[in-house]
Design a protein around this ligand. Structure first.
Ligand SMILES: Nc1ncnc2c1ncn2[C@@H]1O[C@H](COP(=O)(O)OP(=O)(O)OP(=O)(O)O)[C@@H](O)[C@H]1O
Length: 267
């Protein structure tokens, strides 16, 4: 019997263009409930534009996008806002307010969308910060007082503020040192396992693909060229795919992942 998977995002025949510059044409993609999908592709292939289209920040020229069972472009403002509250988004720059400390940053969506009092929202914000592994005292710190890794964790805490069903991450490990990036990769998997959300993850980071992703989607030739496990995708006959997965960095990431599996004791 074939296993059926719940689809939380369905993209069909997506076309995006800026003037004459066609970014996507006939792009199809599914995101399944509970998975971490890694979206990769060469620079400028439209990974961020795809993410922005799915969350409604970029209006496609044509095509359909269904998110959590709803066609985004047919929704009225109120319904759309209700759906948007079921997303968490971590943009490349982190997007924390620099004039607010961390607990104030994370309290904002809780006050705005859940109607919590400031005291309750800040108490819940401290829980979210702890979930992402930040020490208690970080709650009163301002973004400028934190390391890059801590800013990423705080931004993740903000993205998790409303207990999202789908988390969108754009290059979450960019700018982190390898140890910080590996810790972030592990954190993401731990939180997904514990909280059960689904992840759409744009990345260039091969280590992240090996450490965190259940499935990979490769953007190439204006569409999703292939989706599948790392092993399936890496054998695709495409110049970029071969250079990326089977070039020196791809081989190093693969060897590192295999060594990790060999050295991890079985339960
Ligand atoms: N608002 C915009 N106006 C015009 N062109 C845009 C706009 N947004 C994106 N583009 C163009 O669309 C293309 C895809 O951009 P996008 O940022 O999605 O690429 P990407 O795959 O995420 O790249 P990278 O890996 O370098 O971050 C690029 O050529 C970019 O210049």
């Amino acid at each position: 019997m074939a296993l059926t998977r719940d689809t939380v995002i369905e993209v069909r025949g997506l076309e995006n263009r800026f003037g004459n510059h066609v970014i996507h044409q006939g792009l199809d993609l599914d995101l399944y409930k509970g998975e971490i999908l890694g979206v990769v592709g060469g620079s400028g292939t439209g990974k961020t534009v795809l993410l922005r289209s799915i969350i409604g920040l970029n209006k496609p020229a044509s095509g359909h996008i269904r998110v959590l069972g709803k066609d985004l472009d047919t929704l009225k403002a109120r319904e759309r806002s209700a759906i948007e509250q079921r997303f968490g988004v971590l943009f490349q720059g982190g997007a924390l307010f620099t004039s607010l400390n961390l607990q104030e940053n994370i309290a904002i969506p809780l006050i705005e969308h859940k109607g919590l009092s400031r005291a309750d929202a800040e108490a819940l914000a401290r829980v979210k910060l702890a979930l992402t592994g930040l020490p208690q005292e970080a709650a009163l710190k301002y973004p400028s007082e934190l390391s890059g890794g801590m800013v990423k964790r705080a931004s993740l805490a903000r993205a998790l503020a409303l207990d999202p069903e789908i988390l969108f991450l754009d290059e979450p490990t960019a700018g982190l040192d390898p140890i910080g990036a590996a810790a972030f990769d592990r954190l993401l998997v731990t939180l997904r396992d514990a909280l059960g959300f689904t992840v759409f993850l744009v990345t260039h980071d091969l280590d992240t693909l090996y450490a965190s992703c259940d499935r990979i989607a490769v953007l190439s030739q204006k569409k999703v060229l292939v989706t599948g496990t790392l092993e399936q995708v890496a054998t695709t006959d495409d110049k970029w795919v071969q250079a990326y997965f089977n070039g020196p960095r791809g081989r190093a990431a693969s060897h590192a992942a295999q060594a990790l599996i060999r050295n991890t004791p079985r339960e």
